[in-house]
Design a binder for this molecule. Structure first.
Ligand code: AMP
Length: 188
Protein backbone atom coordinates (compact mmCIF):
# COMPACT_ATOMS: atom_id res chain seq x y z
CA UNK A 1 0.00 0.00 0.00
CA UNK A 2 1.03 3.58 -0.67
CA UNK A 3 0.78 6.21 2.05
CA UNK A 4 1.10 9.80 0.88
CA UNK A 5 0.83 13.00 2.88
CA UNK A 6 -0.43 16.12 1.15
CA UNK A 7 1.07 18.95 3.14
CA UNK A 8 0.76 22.74 3.11
CA UNK A 9 -0.76 25.78 4.78
CA UNK A 10 -4.52 26.39 4.93
CA UNK A 11 -5.74 27.47 1.50
CA UNK A 12 -2.80 25.92 -0.37
CA UNK A 13 -5.18 23.81 -2.46
CA UNK A 14 -4.74 20.43 -0.74
CA UNK A 15 -8.42 19.51 -0.92
CA UNK A 16 -8.68 20.70 -4.52
CA UNK A 17 -5.69 18.65 -5.67
CA UNK A 18 -6.45 15.58 -3.58
CA UNK A 19 -9.47 14.47 -5.63
CA UNK A 20 -7.52 14.21 -8.89
CA UNK A 21 -4.56 12.53 -7.19
CA UNK A 22 -6.78 9.97 -5.48
CA UNK A 23 -8.57 9.15 -8.71
CA UNK A 24 -5.44 8.83 -10.84
CA UNK A 25 -3.53 6.64 -8.39
CA UNK A 26 -6.49 4.76 -6.83
CA UNK A 27 -5.93 6.22 -3.38
CA UNK A 28 -8.48 6.93 -0.66
CA UNK A 29 -8.42 10.64 0.13
CA UNK A 30 -8.65 11.15 3.90
CA UNK A 31 -9.16 14.73 5.03
CA UNK A 32 -9.32 14.97 8.81
CA UNK A 33 -10.97 18.40 8.44
CA UNK A 34 -13.74 16.88 6.29
CA UNK A 35 -14.19 13.98 8.71
CA UNK A 36 -14.53 16.46 11.57
CA UNK A 37 -17.02 18.59 9.63
CA UNK A 38 -18.99 15.38 9.03
CA UNK A 39 -19.09 14.74 12.79
CA UNK A 40 -20.29 18.30 13.37
CA UNK A 41 -23.00 18.00 10.71
CA UNK A 42 -24.16 14.70 12.24
CA UNK A 43 -24.26 16.30 15.70
CA UNK A 44 -22.18 13.57 17.34
CA UNK A 45 -20.63 14.18 20.80
CA UNK A 46 -17.22 14.36 19.13
CA UNK A 47 -18.56 16.88 16.61
CA UNK A 48 -20.02 19.04 19.37
CA UNK A 49 -16.68 19.12 21.17
CA UNK A 50 -14.71 19.77 17.97
CA UNK A 51 -16.94 22.56 16.68
CA UNK A 52 -15.89 25.26 19.13
CA UNK A 53 -12.20 24.49 18.56
CA UNK A 54 -12.51 24.45 14.78
CA UNK A 55 -14.66 27.58 14.55
CA UNK A 56 -11.99 29.50 16.50
CA UNK A 57 -9.21 28.14 14.31
CA UNK A 58 -7.69 25.88 16.99
CA UNK A 59 -6.52 22.32 16.44
CA UNK A 60 -8.55 19.46 17.90
CA UNK A 61 -6.67 17.11 20.29
CA UNK A 62 -4.15 14.81 18.61
CA UNK A 63 -5.84 11.60 19.83
CA UNK A 64 -9.08 12.51 18.06
CA UNK A 65 -7.57 12.73 14.59
CA UNK A 66 -5.10 9.88 15.18
CA UNK A 67 -8.04 7.60 15.97
CA UNK A 68 -9.86 8.68 12.81
CA UNK A 69 -6.84 7.92 10.64
CA UNK A 70 -6.21 4.49 12.13
CA UNK A 71 -9.89 3.63 11.80
CA UNK A 72 -9.80 4.45 8.06
CA UNK A 73 -6.62 2.40 7.53
CA UNK A 74 -8.35 -0.54 9.24
CA UNK A 75 -11.64 -0.36 7.39
CA UNK A 76 -11.09 0.98 3.86
CA UNK A 77 -10.49 -1.66 1.22
CA UNK A 78 -10.21 -1.77 -2.56
CA UNK A 79 -7.61 0.99 -2.93
CA UNK A 80 -3.89 1.01 -3.65
CA UNK A 81 -3.19 3.40 -0.81
CA UNK A 82 -4.13 6.49 1.16
CA UNK A 83 -3.72 10.21 0.63
CA UNK A 84 -3.68 12.09 3.92
CA UNK A 85 -4.82 15.71 3.70
CA UNK A 86 -4.54 17.89 6.80
CA UNK A 87 -2.90 15.14 8.84
CA UNK A 88 -0.42 15.11 10.49
CA UNK A 89 -0.52 18.70 11.75
CA UNK A 90 1.71 18.36 14.83
CA UNK A 91 4.95 16.54 15.53
CA UNK A 92 3.11 14.26 17.98
CA UNK A 93 0.70 13.24 15.20
CA UNK A 94 3.62 12.55 12.87
CA UNK A 95 5.25 10.28 15.44
CA UNK A 96 1.98 8.41 15.99
CA UNK A 97 1.51 8.05 12.22
CA UNK A 98 4.93 6.40 12.00
CA UNK A 99 3.90 4.05 14.82
CA UNK A 100 0.59 3.18 13.15
CA UNK A 101 2.36 2.46 9.85
CA UNK A 102 5.06 0.46 11.66
CA UNK A 103 2.44 -1.77 13.29
CA UNK A 104 1.05 -2.44 9.82
CA UNK A 105 4.51 -3.25 8.43
CA UNK A 106 4.20 -0.23 6.16
CA UNK A 107 6.08 3.04 5.63
CA UNK A 108 5.39 6.47 4.25
CA UNK A 109 5.65 6.62 0.44
CA UNK A 110 6.06 10.37 0.18
CA UNK A 111 5.20 13.81 1.46
CA UNK A 112 4.08 16.34 -1.14
CA UNK A 113 4.12 19.87 0.17
CA UNK A 114 2.13 22.54 -1.66
CA UNK A 115 3.79 25.88 -0.99
CA UNK A 116 2.07 29.26 -1.22
CA UNK A 117 3.07 32.54 0.44
CA UNK A 118 1.11 33.78 3.48
CA UNK A 119 -0.02 36.77 1.43
CA UNK A 120 -1.96 34.40 -0.83
CA UNK A 121 -3.54 32.33 1.96
CA UNK A 122 -5.95 35.06 3.00
CA UNK A 123 -7.21 35.65 -0.57
CA UNK A 124 -7.60 31.95 -1.31
CA UNK A 125 -9.57 31.35 1.90
CA UNK A 126 -11.79 34.40 1.37
CA UNK A 127 -12.57 33.05 -2.09
CA UNK A 128 -13.30 29.57 -0.68
CA UNK A 129 -15.59 31.12 1.95
CA UNK A 130 -17.88 32.36 -0.82
CA UNK A 131 -18.12 28.87 -2.31
CA UNK A 132 -18.07 26.48 0.66
CA UNK A 133 -19.42 28.60 3.52
CA UNK A 134 -17.10 27.11 6.17
CA UNK A 135 -17.49 28.84 9.55
CA UNK A 136 -13.70 28.84 10.09
CA UNK A 137 -13.20 30.67 6.77
CA UNK A 138 -15.58 33.49 7.64
CA UNK A 139 -13.52 35.68 10.00
CA UNK A 140 -10.13 37.22 9.21
CA UNK A 141 -8.90 36.83 12.79
CA UNK A 142 -9.65 33.08 12.67
CA UNK A 143 -7.83 32.74 9.35
CA UNK A 144 -4.85 34.63 10.80
CA UNK A 145 -4.85 32.33 13.84
CA UNK A 146 -4.86 29.26 11.56
CA UNK A 147 -1.89 30.67 9.63
CA UNK A 148 -0.02 31.24 12.94
CA UNK A 149 -0.90 27.72 14.09
CA UNK A 150 0.42 26.36 10.80
CA UNK A 151 3.73 28.16 11.31
CA UNK A 152 4.15 27.23 14.97
CA UNK A 153 2.83 23.65 15.10
CA UNK A 154 2.70 22.25 11.56
CA UNK A 155 5.58 23.82 9.66
CA UNK A 156 8.19 22.16 11.92
CA UNK A 157 7.12 18.89 10.30
CA UNK A 158 8.94 19.98 7.14
CA UNK A 159 12.28 19.42 8.87
CA UNK A 160 10.95 16.16 10.35
CA UNK A 161 10.05 14.78 6.90
CA UNK A 162 12.99 16.31 5.00
CA UNK A 163 15.30 14.17 7.07
CA UNK A 164 13.43 11.06 5.89
CA UNK A 165 14.29 11.87 2.26
CA UNK A 166 10.71 11.47 1.11
CA UNK A 167 9.74 15.13 1.13
CA UNK A 168 9.08 17.13 -2.05
CA UNK A 169 7.91 20.70 -2.43
CA UNK A 170 5.58 21.87 -5.18
CA UNK A 171 4.95 25.49 -6.15
CA UNK A 172 1.26 25.99 -5.29
CA UNK A 173 0.86 29.26 -7.19
CA UNK A 174 -0.75 29.33 -10.62
CA UNK A 175 -3.82 27.54 -11.90
CA UNK A 176 -5.31 24.36 -10.43
CA UNK A 177 -4.21 22.50 -13.59
CA UNK A 178 -0.63 23.80 -13.41
CA UNK A 179 -0.27 22.70 -9.79
CA UNK A 180 -1.86 19.33 -10.60
CA UNK A 181 0.67 18.69 -13.37
CA UNK A 182 3.56 19.54 -11.02
CA UNK A 183 2.21 17.07 -8.47
CA UNK A 184 1.58 14.31 -11.03
CA UNK A 185 5.10 14.62 -12.42
CA UNK A 186 6.48 13.99 -8.92
CA UNK A 187 4.20 11.05 -8.20
CA UNK A 188 5.10 9.32 -11.44
P1 AMP B 1 -8.92 21.57 7.25
O1 AMP B 1 -10.19 21.17 6.54
O2 AMP B 1 -7.80 20.62 7.00
O3 AMP B 1 -8.54 23.00 6.98
O4 AMP B 1 -9.23 21.46 8.82
C1 AMP B 1 -10.20 22.28 9.43
C2 AMP B 1 -9.99 22.31 10.92
O5 AMP B 1 -10.15 20.99 11.46
C3 AMP B 1 -8.61 22.73 11.39
O6 AMP B 1 -8.46 24.14 11.44
C4 AMP B 1 -8.56 22.10 12.77
O7 AMP B 1 -9.35 22.82 13.69
C5 AMP B 1 -9.25 20.76 12.53
N1 AMP B 1 -8.27 19.73 12.10
C6 AMP B 1 -8.20 19.13 10.88
N2 AMP B 1 -7.19 18.25 10.84
C7 AMP B 1 -6.58 18.31 12.05
C8 AMP B 1 -5.44 17.67 12.62
N3 AMP B 1 -4.69 16.79 11.92
N4 AMP B 1 -5.13 17.97 13.91
C9 AMP B 1 -5.86 18.84 14.64
N5 AMP B 1 -6.92 19.50 14.15
C10 AMP B 1 -7.29 19.24 12.87
Amino acid sequence: MKYYILFGPPGAGKGTQAGAMAEKFNLRHISTGELLRGEIAAGTPLGLKAKALIDDGNLVPDEVVEGMIEDKFNTVTGVDGFLLDGFPRTEAQAVVLDEILGRRGEALSGVISIMIPDSMVMDRIRHRAEIEGRADDARDEVIRHRIETYHSKTEPLIAFYKSSGRYTEVDGTGTVEEVRERIFSIMK
